[in-house]
Design a binder for this molecule. Structure first.
Ligand SMILES: Cc1cc2nc3c(=O)[nH]c(=O)nc-3n(C[C@H](O)[C@H](O)[C@H](O)COP(=O)(O)OP(=O)(O)OC[C@H]3O[C@@H](n4cnc5c(N)ncnc54)[C@H](O)[C@@H]3O)c2cc1C
Length: 284
């Protein structure tokens, strides 16, 4: 079998990505920011071209400036009224989305020596999988996948003698997903993973959770169940991306992976910096 295995550059913070959030929260609080958690924004109220208040499931908050960091399409279609949207449905339906993902979070009660922290299973036809994401969107006939084992380099993410795995199949956005489909793909990739590591893994699974389109929609209001925002095509680059600023509402801005500079954790953080500069320029 022709397995490609790669040890990729380490961008991984000890303790997991959550540590980045923890560090940012601590810095923000040090600067006097008050963070309110576990509230769903239900409405952004606009009066005469200005946001006056944000309504959540727990209260109403008067506002000077609003920076919306949720999925851009969700903000436009569910939180502001149609006359205050930057982009209509026709615009959104023409956007090329980056892939979504079918994910499995797995805890295994033993070590798996053959795995590295990053393992790419590029042992099937790359072109075909890409076509089934972008050109003829459908569940992939022979999926490529990524297997991450952070417990290889970070002892804090699994009990001693155990492995913490994260399996990811990139898939087209907006596919119907149900338990039967997820299980079918789980079997396909487990067969390949077990063949590669040369031992049984299935019987040692002590924790398993799957995550796909419907979860991205329910948990994050992600447009078409996207996982990484817009695809990086030429026509969706730089100033051709959804704008940081609402053109009808003077004090409403957007940030995050669907606006500039684009998808990924570093670009989304940079997006926050860019919008902060814009707000400071206009409102101080
Ligand atoms: C499986 C996976 C693997 C990835 N791997 C990498 C990687 O290795 N490297 C990398 O750089 N990037 C990676 N990414 C991409 C990266 O995670 C995203 O680009 C980035 O997190 C987007 O940040 P954001 O702030 O735009 O959106 P989010 O992080 O999605 O934040 C938006 C927040 O808004 C909240 N929200 C939505 N609606 C409402 C509402 N009505 N009221 C209140 N809150 C609301 C959501 O709950 C969410 O917390 C990965 C993404 C996935 C899904």
């Amino acid at each position: 079998m022709n397995y490609a295995e790669m040890a990729m550059g380490t961008w991984y913070p000890k303790g997991g990505m959550h540590e980045i959030v923890r560090a940012m929260v601590s810095l923000a609080e040090e600067k006097g920011v008050k963070i309110l958690l576990n509230q769903t924004v239900q409405k952004i109220d606009v009066v005469q071209g200005k946001v006056t208040q944000v309504v959540t499931d727990q209260g109403i908050f008067e506002t000077d400036v609003v920076v919306a960091g949720a999925d851009y399409n969700h903000v436009e279609t569910s939180l502001v009224t149609s006359e205050n949207r930057n982009y209509d449905d026709a615009y959104w339906s023409k956007r090329v989305m980056a892939p979504s993902s079918l994910l499995f979070y797995i805890g295994v009660d033993k070590r798996i020596p053959r795995l590295q922290h990053h393992n790419l299973f590029f042992d099937e036809d790359f072109k075909r999988h890409a076509q089934e994401i972008y050109e003829t969107p459908r569940w992939p006939s022979k999926p490529l996948f990524y297997a991450s084992a952070p417990s290889k380099t970070d002892p804090t993410v699994a009990p001693e003698g155990c492995e913490n795995l994260f399996l990811l199949i990139p898939v087209a956005p907006d596919l119907p997903d149900d338990d039967a489909i997820r299980e079918r793909y789980f079997d396909v990739i487990m067969n390949r993973l077990e063949a590669y590591v040369g031992e049984n893994v299935r019987d040692h699974i002590v924790f398993k959770r799957s995550y796909a389109h419907s979860d991205f929609k329910n948990d994050y209001n992600a447009y078409r169940g996207n996982a990484y925002g817009l695809a990086n095509t030429l026509m969706q680059t730089a100033f051709l991306k959804p704008s940081l600023k609402n053109k009808w509402v003077n004090n409403l801005f957007y940030t995050g992976q669907l606006t500039v500079p684009g998808p990924g954790v570093p670009p989304s953080l940079i997006s926050g910096l860019v919008v902060a500069d814009e707000v400071a320029r206009e409102f101080t």
